[in-house]
Design a protein around this ligand. Structure first.
Ligand code: 1PZ
Length: 215
């Protein structure tokens, strides 16, 4: 039969899930091309895909446990919300109506945080691919400085930069991920390609409602 027999790694599972999201975004956008912000993304599919990402944390070592619990809590909130709300735009519209877009713990705020996590991984993979000289620490530091640091408090930034020194080596990360240099790079390229439209779509949801992204 046509069942997939290809061995799955954590990374390839994540990639596949994001490709599905990107695909659904595309087909729906064509149908709803009258809408400026594009089509829609189902909250259940999105939050389930984001939960897959948490396996990466176990490859990073103990120091990033706090990042893991932060990320997982926010994704779990979106998973819970998906039982009540169908799409990403619904949760933002409800928070807009209630004036709670940026309120700590609101779905829209948690969505913004999860989106930053996805973008951080994308930036890290870009750094990883850009040179073989880079240590994981240098790649992660550059990615974090670009994507998340501007929105984090001084205390969080300091903890993250200190934690960077405990990251595994590049080779150890590949072992942890059960990837070769070659397969990892291939998956990273595919993640970048599939996650970018999803990230941009989320940004447009805020921007089209006149919500700035400086938080
Ligand atoms: C292989 C990947 C290496 C990347 C290493 C870099 C890890 C960066 C860790 C970021 C730690 C963030 C810790 C806490 C942040 C909180 O201040 C905010 C608070 O949000 P609020 O409750 O005020 O709305 N929380 C977040 O931003 C939640 C998500 C951050 C975690 C993203 C990491 C995802 C990527 C990890 C890749 C495995």
């Amino acid at each position: 039969t046509t069942t997939k027999t290809k061995a799955q790694t954590p990374l390839s599972e994540i990639v596949e899930a994001f490709e599905e999201l990107a695909k659904s975004l595309n087909s729906r956008r064509i149908r709803n091309s009258d809408k400026g912000a594009g089509g829609e993304l189902r909250l259940d599919a999105f939050s389930k895909t984001c939960s897959l990402v948490s396996v990466l944390f176990s490859c990073l070592g103990l120091a990033f446990r706090f990042a893991e619990s932060e990320y997982v809590a926010k994704v779990r909130d979106l998973v819970e919300a998906s039982k009540e709300y169908n799409t990403l735009q619904t949760i933002i519209d409800i928070d807009v109506a209630n004036g709670t877009v940026r309120t700590s713990g609101s779905h829209s705020r948690n969505l913004r945080r999860v989106r930053q996590g996805l973008d951080l991984i994308r930036a890290l993979f870009e750094q990883f691919l850009s040179t073989n000289e880079y240590s994981l620490r240098e790649a992660a530091t550059t990615a974090y400085s670009q994507v998340c640091a501007p929105y984090h408090t001084w205390a969080v930034r300091t903890a993250v930069y200190a934690g960077m020194y405990t990251l595994p080596t590049r080779d150890q990360l590949l072992l942890n991920l059960n990837e070769t240099e070659h397969s990892a790079k291939k998956n990273m390229r595919m993640y970048i390609k599939a996650s970018l439209p999803v990230i941009q779509y989320i940004d447009r949801l805020y921007i089209s409602r006149n919500i700035s992204l400086d938080w």
